[in-house]
Design a protein around this ligand. Structure first.
Ligand SMILES: [Mg+2]
Length: 125
């Protein structure tokens, strides 16, 4: 078995470039998301002074624009049901994190997390 697969690039020039632009913009979005994780949403680019929140807004816009171009070429249409299920999951996740943060989450025994479990876990061995 060869060490590499002898692929060829996407032959449609326009589709090739739209995919390349989307990949580039996703990389830029990834960069600002990583910076916000390590520096904070209220931080600024250390070289340009641009606020991180403004850069995030720009890069999300750039990704959506590149994705829209790709969609206009007939690729990557949004699956509305999937998008809605994902968003519902994110909102449930957010509610769980907020409950944990606020100390209102129930533990696996149904008791608030700051209370002892209703029964001691079994000890084996
Ligand atoms: Mg960009």
């Amino acid at each position: 078995m060869p060490d590499i697969t002898l692929w060829k690039p996407e032959p449609d020039l326009i589709l090739h470039q739209a995919l390349g632009k989307l990949a580039e913009e996703i990389g830029e979005l990834n960069t600002i998301v990583a910076r916000i994780l390590i520096q904070g949403a209220d931080g600024r680019d250390p070289k340009t002074g641009k606020p991180n929140a403004e850069a995030l807004q720009e890069e999300i816009t750039d990704v959506l624009s590149a994705a829209t171009w790709l969609q206009q070429l007939g690729h990557g249409a949004v699956l509305t049901d999937r998008a809605n299920r994902k968003l519902q999951g994110y909102l449930e996740w957010q509610a769980m994190l907020e409950a944990d943060r606020d100390g209102t989450a129930a533990n696996e025994y149904g008791a608030p997390c700051d209370e002892a479990p209703l029964q001691e876990p079994a000890v084996h061995g």
